[in-house]
Design a protein around this ligand. Sequence first.
Ligand code: SDX
Length: 439
Amino acid sequence: MSVTPSDVKATLSFSDNSPSIDFPIYKGTIGPDVVDIRALYNKTGKFTYDPGFMSTASCNSSITYIDGDKGELLYRGYPIEQLAVKCDFLETCYLLLNGELPNATQRTDFTSLVTNHTMVHEQMGSFFQGFRRDAHPMAVLVGTVGALSAFYHDSLDITDSHHRDVSAIRLIAKLPTLVAMTHKYTLGQPFVYPRNDLSYTANFMRMMFAVPAEEYKVNDVMVRALDRIFILHADHEQNASTSTVRLSGSSGANPFACIAAGIACLWGPAHGGANEAALNMLYGIQKQGGVEKIGEFIKDVKEKDSGVKLMGFGHRVYKNYDPRAKLMRETCHEVLNELCLHDDPLFKLAMAQEKISLEDDYFVKRKLYPNVDFYSGIVQRALGIPVSLFTGIFSLARTVGWIAQWNEMISDPEQKIGRPRQLFIGAQRRDVPSIDQRK
Ligand code: SDX
């Protein structure tokens, strides 16, 4: 796919009659056109100003497309609703990395490649000992994923596509092992080694929940539910953590360091940390008295200076229902039914919260709909995953998206080190006063 110059130009004119300037417009395959303003500073001595990048495309990409108004999400053109039902996570990883779904042979080969990279160097276990048992799992993951770059000197040359491929497989394969080790370390239980006779997600669940004292029984419904959670979280255009990975990668940093940076950014409650925050929000309302307390909570949310947000709602791009939230709610039903928890008070509270919020003008006016994080916490909790590990699960799933985006950036002939400019509003040049002249 390529960028197509539009016949239409963008003309920038100034009210002080300084000369107007034309800028080219490019069309993609779907979605908004872009105005190429790269020459703006050289031609005008002016920068654009777009805090939060509300109207700024940082790159061209062929990986994921979101239509926020329609509530549509495509991975390499395939709708998430179809991928979540017809594929498993490793097929989705292959698609995101290579641009096409694997055929039977490619699927077998890719699965075996990932399976045979799930172990981590035995010395990785020593990194955990330095953490307190109650360390937040994301602190442990940022540290241990970054530490991987100390073990793989044979695949750090980012200009070598084979090195990039090897690093991609290592990261996709080892994140489950590191997330499970993080969980076991918190519990004070022994690490569980991966098993090559299990599927990717069954292997992860066994590393998370098996204990030496008894055989671990795989529950296929729960494995399928978690595998779907991985698919739903795999990639999402140029979100904050993906942009962090791209920006880190643009300096030539190695892939392990870039993914560690992405994990750090994802941790924030406005981003990947929202699933943990959304569940804690529901716990809080439940503790206050449950459904009848939702009205009071919503009142606080509308109170601007309360700083209270309805976690799991709203999105920079989706101004309609996040298609992942719909699929996550369905998965919720399946898992809770499987576990005979259909009367789970928290799930009922979440559905009541969703109904009330979708009817409330404050949310309707601001197009605030449930996003992927609203229901994911309830499903993960039902699967036995601790709240503090929810964003670690998100990191595990998003690693393939980060890697695919990082790879695309490295291979883009247009890519340069990312270096935004600023509107400076600080002090003019002044001389340093001697200490006795300072106020
Ligand atoms: C993820 O970018 C991605 O693709 C991210 C992600 C991915 O897959 O990578 O989808 C994953 O991060 C999902 C989002 C998870 N975050 C949350 O659920 C946290 C709660 N949501 C908000 O923090 C917020 O909605 C954001 C950060 C997600 C989006 O914020 P924006 O686009 O910057 O919008 P905004 O803050 O300017 O909000 C517009 C208005 C404001 O009110 P007014 O100033 O117009 O009066 O809506 C209000 C906001 O106060 N608002 C909310 C709200 N979200 C926005 N009010 C209450 N509760 C909320 N959740």
